[in-house]
Design a protein around this ligand. Structure first.
Ligand SMILES: [Ca+2]
Ligand SMILES: [Ca+2]
Ligand SMILES: [Ca+2]
Length: 301
């Protein structure tokens, strides 16, 4: 073999090793109020991602839970923190997709809501509106009402929402609820949500509910955190009060979202501030639009 051929062969082996490290091979997770089965090592650097022990791991910056840059928390002791995203992990096996979402711990059991948009690379269609619902219903079955959408290139096939320590909803691209976890007999089998210590929630989603296995595909995830109020988003108003944070817009069109994954603080503040201050409240046309705050996960074959 000539020198060039040897170098080429070495290069090919090296690049395929690198790719294997980047692909998420996944492993089974028990949604059981115990997070010790997430064994991957988080990256050292804030706002960076790693693949470790088969898991995708995003480490979010601490203290970037500022929404549009001006958001404050409510004054009440139970609500004065709790929406600072710390970590987001992804795993999978033949049956389920698994998430772990870590945030800071609220002052009481009022853990917030967390929204995860799922965008499958190459899929047609999808919804740009991540967090709205039917204003006549104004409940969790209908949506999360957090005033948030994504750019067309990130349109989502599915949206997962979690509220409190154990409740979940899965919506399809038409915004219709297709799975529910409420700790009731009619819960959707296999769709599980449970929290450890008010600051780390495990979620499992049966693959047959989200169009099959992600193996060999690239999916993007949009992760947003905020506070909840009867399982929908707690509004961030203009002025801070006992039960609402401040820093929002006069027209109420600002997102009820404190933190995002995938970008630095300046970028997420710009995106969360991109609502139309002249829109009528709740009109998705005027919602803040996410373009850069997302995570890219390559799933192994
Ligand atoms: Ca577990
Ligand atoms: Ca954060
Ligand atoms: Ca962040």
């Amino acid at each position: 073999m000539g020198k060039v051929a040897v170098l080429l062969a070495v290069g090919l082996v090296f690049s395929s090793v690198c790719f294997a490290e980047d692909a998420v091979t996944g492993h089974t997770i028990a949604v059981d109020k115990n997070i010790k089965d997430w064994t991957g090592a988080a990256p050292e650097q804030e706002n960076s991602a790693a693949v470790s022990n088969g898991e995708y791991i995003w480490k979010d910056a601490a203290g970037d839970d500022t929404g549009n840059g001006k958001y404050t928390y409510p004054l009440d002791k139970a609500l004065k923190k709790g929406a600072d995203l710390k970590e987001f992990r992804v795993s999978f096996d033949k049956e389920n997709l698994y998430f772990l979402i870590k945030t800071d711990r609220p002052g009481d059991w009022w853990t917030g809501y967390r929204v995860i948009g799922i965008h499958k690379e190459g899929a047609a269609g999808g919804t740009q509106v991540l967090a709205q619902g039917d204003p006549d219903e104004l409940n969790f079955d209908s949506g999360t009402f957090a005033n948030l959408k994504v750019a067309p290139a990130l349109a989502c096939q599915y949206v997962v929402a979690v509220s409190s320590t154990y409740k979940g909803r899965l919506y399809n691209e038409k915004g219709k609820m297709i799975a529910r976890k409420e700790a009731q007999p009619d819960d959707t089998p296999g769709f599980k949500v449970d929290d450890y210590n008010w600051n780390a929630v495990e979620i499992s989603i049966p693959l047959n509910l989200i169009g099959g296995s992600p193996a060999g595909q690239t999916w993007k995830f949009i992760v947003a955190t905020g506070q909840q109020d009867n399982d929908i988003a707690r509004k961030v108003l203009v002025e801070q009060s006992q039960y609402n944070g401040g820093g929002g817009a006069e027209n109420g069109e600002n997102p009820s979202v404190y933190d995002l994954a995938g970008a630095d603080k300046a970028t997420q503040e710009k995106e969360l501030g991109s609502y139309d201050p002249n829109a009528s409240e709740g009109d998705p046309k005027g919602f803040a639009t996410i373009e850069k705050s997302f995570l890219t996960v390559n799933f192994a074959k």
